[in-house]
Design a protein around this ligand. Structure first.
Ligand code: AMP
Ligand code: MG
Length: 422
């Protein structure tokens, strides 16, 4: 008797493990070569093509970390308070005029340069002022509350490596060492399509049995977060010739052609054939759920050709495969260092059964359990087409290939949506 199954992953044929897919990207994909200079204000999110070397020490001069009194530690009595004459005042930005002499203190404020001869600063809260003198307590270590020149960054040190995807704090560091422009790789150019006879653009009439296109909005948003320059090329019908023509044309002038829908094994799924007709398919099934049918290959284009990725049409599957397949590919194309996704441990609030040999991602919301621990609660709807399962959860629980029965209370990896998209 034939065995019927409701498991849409029960097809035979090889499933590429996630680790092999990642290795394939690292081995076969070369980064875009062109570089450009950008002003700091435009640098966030760009990938450094050249390491940043500090042209100066940071801080550039010794300075006070607090508001208080700068003193010579050698003047301080070991057992009793010390009374010192206040002989000057230094605010941030004012250069010291005279060195400090024995028995003297200088009123100083945070960020002001240390007067020469002074090595220690008392916080004003710890002192008493009597007329023109300040009385300081015992017990402060030499060098306290002083920031040394170069303690943050040494002149000529490499402070940001080539391949760094610049975060706001990276740009701040470049600014702090006085740079104004950075050399970055050009942005990765991505051509984006949706496919499907049933898919129509929001704002246009929706025939019965048609769906508004969600994926182009999902994917263009994720592409933007990863710094790509996206050409939105609309919706293509489930027509082999139209698909082949559109993908071939898009491969000119783009580094990556990204589609969703039409990569499964149904009779209206023509993306795989189209890619095989005009280019080379590397794989079309990855051992991921949701999202198993995901195709990657290369299409002849300018230079070494354009990479191709065909994501599954169900929005949740498209989301998961974007995060696991397109994200590392885009980082590689853009010349960024690999940024492995770090899953944080959370406690599972449900039992889960899965097949071994594939990695599964479960949409979960986080909540604080009675004992204070963070636990992951599964969304009630599992379907790969349920978009609210993405909007009503916080991220994905990652269940590894070799696990099969995961018990409530087990610790699993959690990938927040912010991490997956960043
Ligand atoms: P496919 O991968 O083409 O078999 O599509 C799988 C499911 O995802 C079908 O129910 C499609 O209608 C749906 N789907 C495909 N593309 C989109 C899209 N761009 N936006 C929303 N749903 C889609
Ligand atoms: Mg389809």
């Amino acid at each position: 008797m034939a065995q019927l199954t409701d498991d849409c992953f029960a097809f035979s044929g090889p499933l590429l493990p996630v680790a092999d897919m990642e290795r394939m990207i690292a081995e076969r994909v070369t980064p875009v070569a062109e570089t450009e200079e950008v002003a700091l204000a435009a640098a966030r999110g760009r990938v450094l093509a050249r390491a940043v070397i500090a042209p100066l020490d940071l801080p550039p001069f010794d300075n006070s970390a607090v508001d208080g009194y700068a003193v010579r530690h050698a003047d301080l009595a070991a057992e009793t308070e010390t009374k010192l004459a206040i002989t000057g005042r230094l605010t941030a930005g004012s250069a010291p005029t005279a060195p400090i002499a024995p028995g003297q203190a200088i009123r100083i404020f945070t960020g002001a340069p240390m007067p020469s001869g002074a090595d220690t600063v008392f916080m004003q809260e710890d002192t008493r002022v009597e007329g023109d003198a300040v009385i300081v307590p015992t017990g402060l270590k030499p060098g306290a509350n002083r920031r040394l020149a170069g303690e943050d960054v040494r002149k000529d040190a490499t402070v940001l490596p080539e391949g760094r995807r610049l975060a706001a704090q990276d740009v701040a560091l470049a600014a702090a060492v006085g740079l104004t422009r950075l050399t970055v790789r050009r942005r990765v150019r991505v051509a984006l399509f949706s496919t499907g006879d049933e898919i129509v653009e929001p704002g246009t009439p929706r025939p019965d049995a048609a769906l508004y296109d969600a994926n182009r909005y999902l994917l263009s948003g994720m592409l933007e977060r990863l710094g790509a320059q996206t050409s939105d090329l609309g919706i293509i019908k489930d027509d082999p010739a139209a698909l082949a023509a559109a993908i071939a044309a898009a491969a000119q002038g783009h580094d990556l052609v990204l589609t969703s829908g039409g990569v499964s094994t149904g009779e209206a799924d023509h993306v795989r054939d189209a890619v095989e007709a005009i280019g080379k398919l590397w794989f079309w099934r990855v051992a991921i759920k949701p999202g198993r049918p995901v195709a990657m290959g290369v299409i002849p284009g300018s230079g070494s050709g354009a990479a191709f990725v065909g994501l599954p049409g169900n929005p949740v599957a498209a989301f998961v495969t974007f995060a696991r397949v397109v994200r590392p590919l885009l980082l590689r194309l853009g010349g960024a260092q690999a940024e492995p996704l770090t899953a944080l441990p959370v406690r599972l609030a449900f039992d889960y059964r899965k097949k071994s040999g594939r990695r599964e991602y479960v949409r979960v919301a986080l909540r604080r359990a009675a004992d204070g621990a963070i636990e992951a609660v599964r969304h009630p709807q599992e379907g790969a087409g349920v978009i609210t399962s993405l909007t009503e959860t916080d991220g994905l629980a990652e269940l590894h290939e070799d696990s099969t029965a995961i018990k409530q209370g087990a610790t699993v990896g959690f990938l927040s949506y912010a991490t997956l998209m960043g």
